[in-house]
Design a protein around this ligand. Structure first.
Ligand SMILES: CC(C)(COP(=O)(O)OP(=O)(O)OC[C@H]1O[C@@H](n2cnc3c(N)ncnc32)[C@H](O)[C@@H]1OP(=O)(O)O)[C@@H](O)C(=O)NCCC(=O)NCCS
Length: 296
């Protein structure tokens, strides 16, 4: 077995059987200049993605249908939250500066449940099932920012879902693009917090963010640590978390603006760095208070 436990996770966990389906492949939808030179080199110990990767060039007119399918999926996934991405944002802020990836299913063998919720173009060999976008930031530390994550699971009944595809889409992108540090934004109480807090130590940079359309947005930063990625599926504690962190003596209540603002003030006073324990996010309800930790 390797560092990340590929054999344990993908062969023993039946919920992840789709990862062994040859009709499901990771895709990279990146303009030629932005292609990654040596995919996966930084996190070389991780063996989760032996698949042949589909490459599509978004600057070619004939690939526009793949972009259409991505945007339809994205609009449906984000519709309920009012944060669907305008088409020009996809081009200006993702395709031109960044890196777009996800998983796709061979169209000819798409299960019926997917045909019911996705817009299918029979002429397309592949239909996207998920989307993850990262953009390099100006940070001198070489940080990226996670700009978008969505999956078809948010449109499917439980029994038809591709368990873990949202988590694995982000994992694939971070691994493939050799990302060391990744920031991101999400809303308190969102199921996505559970995913984002499982790629390494999860530091909170803003807890209340009125400059965003939704003030209850948190900004986070993660130093990518693939050795803990499997804990998302096994629900086991990340080894050593308590050695590097101690309770800060307060918790954050996702339901309370006052709690978020009090936390934000602490951050603005430079009292951190403050962290959240990924394991706690999956043990507790989405809206439950979370313990805040200080790095040691
Ligand atoms: C958030 C999102 C990306 C998660 O992807 P996903 O494919 O549904 O999730 P995965 O299958 O990878 O992971 C499943 C785990 O995520 C968490 N999860 C996912 N959806 C959940 C929900 N509705 N409620 C609670 N937990 C949820 C759980 O921990 C679940 O594991 P469990 O079933 O063992 O408890 C997806 O639901 C989505 O596209 N949502 C709409 C867009 C969005 O909000 N994106 C996030 C922007 S920051």
């Amino acid at each position: 077995m390797t560092q990340s436990g590929h054999h344990d996770i993908f062969s023993k966990d039946e919920r992840l059987h789709w990862m062994r389906n040859p009709d499901v492949r990771p895709y990279v939808f990146v303009r030629p200049e932005n292609r990654i030179d040596q995919p996966g080199q930084l996190h070389a110990g991780l063996d989760w993605f032996p698949h042949e990767v589909l490459y599509k060039n978004p600057l070619q007119m004939d690939e526009v249908s793949f972009a259409d399918r991505i945007l339809t999926l994205e609009a449906k996934a984000f519709g309920p939250s009012g944060m669907a991405m305008p088409r020009w944002v996809f081009y200006d802020c993702a395709i031109v500066p960044g890196f777009v990836a996800g998983f796709a299913h061979r169209t000819a063998t798409l299960p019926k449940a997917l045909r019911n919720v996705l817009t299918i173009e029979e002429g397309d060999e592949w239909t996207p099932l998920s989307l993850f976008i990262i953009i390099p930031t100006m940070s001198k530390k070489g940080e990226w920012v996670a700009h978008n994550l969505c999956s078809v699971n948010s449109l499917l009944d439980k029994q038809d879902q591709f368990y873990g595809i949202g988590y694995l889409s982000k994992a694939f992108g971070l691994w493939y693009a050799n990302v060391r540090t990744c920031c991101g934004m999400t809303q308190w109480g969102s199921p996505a917090v559970r995913l984002h807090a499982h790629y390494g130590d999860f530091e909170v940079l803003t807890a209340y963010t009125p400059v965003h359309s939704y003030s209850r947005t948190l900004t986070y930063r993660v130093n990518i640590d693939t050795s803990c990625w499997g804990t998302f599926f096994t629900k086991k504690l990340k080894e050593g978390f308590e050695l590097n962190h101690r309770p800060a003596g307060f918790s954050v209540d996702p339901k309370s603006d006052q709690s978020l603002k009090d936390f934000q003030r602490r951050l603005e006073r430079g009292e951190g760095p403050y962290f959240i324990d990924g394991n706690e996010t999956i043990q507790k309800g989405l809206k439950d208070p979370l313990t805040i930790y200080l790095g040691t």
